[in-house]
Design a protein around this ligand. Sequence first.
Ligand SMILES: Cc1ncc(C[n+]2csc(CCOP(=O)(O)OP(=O)(O)O)c2C)c(N)n1
Ligand SMILES: [Mg+2]
Length: 597
Amino acid sequence: MKLTGGEIIVKQLVREGVPYIIGIPGHGVLGLFDAIRKEEQAGNIKYIQVKHEQAAAAIADGYYRVKGEPLAAFASIGPGTLNLSIGLGTAYADSTAFLALCGDTHVHMKGVGVLQEVERYQDSNIVRSLEPLAKRSWRAESTQQLPRILRRAFNRMATGRPGPCVVTLPMDVQAAACDCEPMDPALEKAGSLPCADKMAIEKAVALMKTAKRPVILAGGGALYAKAGEQIVQLAEQWGAAMVTTLAAKGTVAETHPQYCFHTGSKGTPLGLEICRGADVVLALGTRFADETTCSYRKGAAFNFPETKLIHIDIDAGEIGKNYGADVGIVADLNDSLAQLLGASPAFEINQEYLDEIQALRESWFEYLKEKRARATDKITISQLTGLMNETLPEDTIISTSSGNTQAQLFQEYCYPRANCNLTTGGFSTMGWAVPAAMGAKLAAPERPVVAFLGDGDFLMTMQELSTMAQYDIPVIVLLADNSGWMAIKDLQIDALGTDHAFGNDFTTPEGLAYSPDFAMIAQAFGIDSYRVSTLEGVKAALDEAIAGNVPALIHVDVCREHPDSGGKAFGWWDVPIPAYMEEKRKVYEAQIKEELV
Ligand SMILES: Cc1ncc(C[n+]2csc(CCOP(=O)(O)OP(=O)(O)O)c2C)c(N)n1
Ligand SMILES: [Mg+2]
């Protein structure tokens, strides 16, 4: 069958069962775009317009996180492609997948300086700028290469440790035709994952038997493997505490009595204390990034090597990277957990330890109660988080990006059900929460989806309200407006001192707090909106928006006064102190001297 490059691509997407292709056209993808037109008119795929390519990537990312199936995002040559790059970094850091299709210079025009080519250092080598942000990238130099590249891209994206893949498409390659026999997608991927080595499982179980204070630490890999049920089973059988990383929040129901929330710089006191005091940690699908470890100083979050580590990951590169593993297992988590459950003897459960966890959980809830009872001029993000916890249906998906809303939802929200949390854990990308929530809603139209974010975050991708309105994607945007980048102002105050707060308040020329009228903006986009300043008002708006199941924005004025503006950092974070701050610098230097490297 003779097909153009554009047709080969879109027909392959259809065969792979990709329901949506998202992006912005330009002269650089005209051939691809015309093929999209043909397949959409045939009813085989749906094109979604966004207004910034970053949002195309985030929608695809949100969809993958909920459904586990990759979508395609596309961008034109040059700036369109670079706009998409933030979404690539976000997905790659968190090991989620989508296919990025990017327009590129014609093969025969490479180097002349065609519109939107940058040829001064190297001829049309935009793919190189995307290399660190993708699991694999290709520039297709001929139409004939496309079927194999696409098969390899679909294979690479979803097998093993997922990640986004990039194919750049010279304009002539999209338009030229070649003979092409499509391959059945089932034939291009392995139908199984690597199983854990039995000997390693035996070693792990032998170590687990020695534990008096065991911890199961779930990372993002555990969330995406949907390993929650087996983790709970093993925790109960082993008498272990369950702790998650930022990326893995919500892997298990957080109401479980053995759940200790989180460790790391934004962790909870109980998660930190339990991890520091563990004798054996079973780590599942985590990189031990600094969000999780605070620092590689002993005792900051973990006490390796005194604490023994069993580390299971699908990616061999993570074993031993940050901490030496007493038992390292490269395998699928679900298989490993099934084997551990099967091979586990009746462990001797340390009831005292479980009682201690119970008491720590209770004191954490008590702390939150007190924090939320404090008198403040406006609603705090903490109170908002508590209200959401009481109000939202159990299956609600909540997306966050960066800022105090992310940190506080992470720290303070207690999900009664697994698999409801979406966040940009590794890249912490502002502007992600709204489009990612739209992707989640496309993946799970029957569930309520809330994007919980700050004003700074919203200002980065708020144009996507048009996409929400046009396609009627009923996401609820819950906007905590504190007229500024408060997370960074709070960091300046906490790390450097009050005098160092600078440049993060949004102010009028007179020095008053400045905020656009976000409710009016939403209205202008054709979105239902509410402007509220009381908790009762927020509750009424949330109830109405959920019942209405239409796109909605709730603009809440929140407290901007430190420390009520944010959460508390119970862990440590390696924030280098400027050398001219001599006293603080000395303390900082002493701390980093103890880093394990
Ligand atoms: C794209 C991007 N730029 C900058 C940052 C650094 N950053 C992290 S949080 C933050 C402020 C967030 O402000 P806002 O969304 O209003 O939330 P708030 O902390 O005020 O609640 C900034 C600037 C980032 N994470 N991502
Ligand atoms: Mg803000």
